[in-house]
Design a protein around this ligand. Structure first.
Ligand SMILES: Cc1cc2nc3c(=O)[nH]c(=O)nc-3n(C[C@H](O)[C@H](O)[C@H](O)COP(=O)(O)OP(=O)(O)OC[C@H]3O[C@@H](n4cnc5c(N)ncnc54)[C@H](O)[C@@H]3O)c2cc1C
Ligand SMILES: *[C@@H]1O[C@H](CO)[C@@H](O)[C@H](O)[C@H]1NC(C)=O
Ligand SMILES: *[C@@H]1O[C@H](CO)[C@@H](O)[C@H](O)[C@H]1NC(C)=O
Ligand SMILES: *[C@@H]1O[C@H](CO)[C@@H](O)[C@H](O)[C@H]1NC(C)=O
Length: 519
């Protein structure tokens, strides 16, 4: 009896997986679209011939670089209103040999959620309609759908309870799906860690179209989706998060120092102080032109902040006149809009400007850069095409979590550096030349072997997947993958091999499956 059961199971498994692995290697776009039409309400499927296609495709594009039709566009955009539509799209894609890319907020720096950098036939699953946030006040938890923005998440958590919050990124229009998939750093990470350090459960549709929660997917896959980067392991539909406590009012300051006011000395000092301040205090730095702006969020009162600053960072000469007190939710709006008077409801807006072109790169600094080098760094900001850099301090709680607890491996770094250049229209040459040269110059002062980078600040220049026999290779992936994930890359590749061996979910920087026999 037991044997028969085993045989039946084996037959069933083979039927199912043979069926799926024997998909035609050539895509059948028409059959794919026909399959979608049969399984998903037609008003939720936009094909290239639909008059609304361009509007839906562009709806959450955040980078004008990928707005033109010089890049490869999807066959269709599917906008599910139910988990079953996502499952159906995956099954149609598997059987007809058409890949899917998933888009939550569309903020990917390389646009990988809705465009391909190489010729490819693919569809997009856009989760914008799946964006519920439900807070459980007694448990202080929330379920948040991937299609919600972090502005919607913050607003819903804090609007009725100013002492509840969540630690994630700064820009309110970022989508939860992609953001959490890459870890999510922000102004409260020194106190409460990354967003993914506070994820308790998740619901995901895997490459077989199954809908799984944490118990169903198992701890390896649950580990991988909390920071291993979006687009590799399946489509995460929602996340259960632990909310965190903040005081009824928090204190912020913005203090600018020019090079003549000692900016180079103060930034040099900040490298040691920023990561070792009390966890309640985060000071990030924006360097642009001949100025450094020190921007702080303190989960406490003005008087106690003044005392802490006098004691630990007197070089910044902060006084009570610099204090701006407000609720935590107001602080989120203040950081986003640079204006204290912007109402918190603005955090619910999903529109952003598409007028400025940008290109970003990232680094991590492991040991403090000397004052002499900081003077050189400031001189780069007088050059033609110069952009800005943002320094985000680590240390505190984030530094106390083991490197392999989640895929985010940069925990022991002093700080993250983000390089951003801007231009209008066709004028990108000077900006991009400056960025390339400055990034080369910084190489000697930042983390090495590998030089580390943050997956949520995606940068295709650091490497792209190599496809052999229709599967992305581990060795090709290592080039960029060890920069994003260091020693966690191999474990990510082994999870990928277990959950998506045929490499259905893939893009230019998706995790490749670890080849069998390799450990
Ligand atoms: C203005 C701006 C400010 C930012 N500020 C911060 C910050 O403060 N802190 C920080 O950490 N990051 C920040 N980021 C980076 C941001 O975290 C990443 O761009 C993030 O991946 C965006 O998520 P998204 O859902 O909006 O993007 P999308 O473009 O929708 O997705 C990004 C990637 O994840 C995949 N993906 C999307 N949804 C899912 C899903 N549901 N399941 C599986 N894979 C999925 C996509 O296919 C794509 O590969 C910022 C970005 C921008 C543009
Ligand atoms: C490409 O762009 C041009 C001009 O912006 C537009 O007229 C055309 O319809 C676009 N083509 C496609 C396939 O989107
Ligand atoms: C680079 O980062 C800035 C600041 O976070 C952001 O506004 C911009 O959209 C990013 N660039 C791209 C191409 O996404
Ligand atoms: C909130 O959580 C509690 C404790 O787990 C549970 O009993 C309750 O049903 C939840 N409330 C809602 C609205 O889900």
């Amino acid at each position: 009896m037991a044997m028969l059961k085993g045989l039946a199971l084996a037959l069933f498994v083979c039927f199912f997986s043979c069926y799926l692995t024997s998909v035609p290697s050539l895509a059948s776009p028409d059959d794919f679209l026909q399959c979608l039409r049969e399984k998903i309400p037609s008003e939720l499927v936009y094909t290239q011939s639909s008059s609304s296609f361009a509007g839906v495709l562009v709806s959450s594009i955040r980078s004008p670089r990928f707005f033109t039709n010089t890049t490869v566009r999807p066959l269709c955009v599917v906008t599910p209103t139910d988990a079953s539509h996502v499952q159906a799209a995956v099954l149609c894609g598997r059987t007809q040999g058409v890949r899917l890319r998933v888009r939550s907020g569309g903020h990917d720096y390389e646009g990988l959620s809705y465009r391909s950098a190489r010729p490819e036939v693919f569809g997009v699953v856009d989760l914008a309609n799946l964006r519920a946030v439900s807070v459980n006040q007694s448990e202080t938890t929330a379920w948040v759908d991937s299609g919600a923005t972090i502005g919607e998440l913050y607003y819903t958590i804090a609007k009725d309870n100013s002492q509840l919050a969540f630690p994630a990124g700064l820009c309110p229009t970022i989508g939860v799906g992609g953001h959490f998939s890459g870890g999510a750093i922000g102004m409260m990470m020194r106190k409460y860690g990354l967003a993914v350090d506070n994820v308790l459960d998740a619901k995901l549709v895997n490459a077989n179209g199954d809908l799984l929660d944490r118990a169903g997917m198992g701890e390896d896959l649950f580990w991988a989706i909390r920071g291993g980067g979006g687009g590799s392991f399946g489509i995460v539909l929602s996340w259960k998060v632990q909310l965190v406590q903040v005081p009824p009012t928090v204190t912020m300051f913005n203090i600018a120092k020019t090079i003549d006011q000692g900016a180079a000395d103060i930034v040099t000092r900040w490298q040691d102080v920023g990561p070792s301040l009390p966890n309640d205090l985060t000071i990030r730095v924006i360097v642009q032109g001949q100025q450094a702006l020190f921007q702080a969020l303190y989960l406490g009162t003005c008087s106690s902040l003044v005392a802490t600053m006098g004691d630990q960072f007197p070089e910044l000469t902060m006084t009570s006149a610099d204090c701006q007190s407000m609720t935590w939710l107001q602080s989120v709006a203040f950081i986003s809009f640079w204006n204290r008077d912007t109402p918190v409801e603005a955090l619910l807006s999903r529109t952003t400007s598409l007028s400025t072109y940008t290109k970003n790169k990232s680094d991590y600094v492991q040991s403090a850069i000397s004052k002499g080098v900081w003077k050189d760094i400031f001189s780069w900001f007088t050059m033609n095409g110069a952009g800005l850099i943002i320094l985000e301090p680590h240390g505190g709680f984030i530094g106390s979590v083991p490197t392999d607890a989640t895929p985010y491996p940069h925990r022991s770094m002093l700080y993250n550096v983000q390089y951003i250049v801007f231009w209008q229209g066709d004028g990108g040459a000077a900006a991009n030349t400056w960025l390339g040269n400055f990034y080369d110059f910084m190489g000697q002062y930042v983390s090495k072997n590998p030089r580390q980078a943050y997956v949520n600040y995606r940068d295709l220049d650091i490497g792209q997947n190599v496809v052999v026999d229709d599967v992305t290779t581990f060795d090709g992936g290592k080039v960029w993958g060890e920069q994003y994930f260091a020693s966690n890359f191999q474990r990510l590749a082994s999870v990928k091999a277990a959950v998506d061996p045929t490499n259905y979910f893939r893009n230019e920087q998706s995790i490749p499956p670890l080849a069998q026999g390799r450990k």
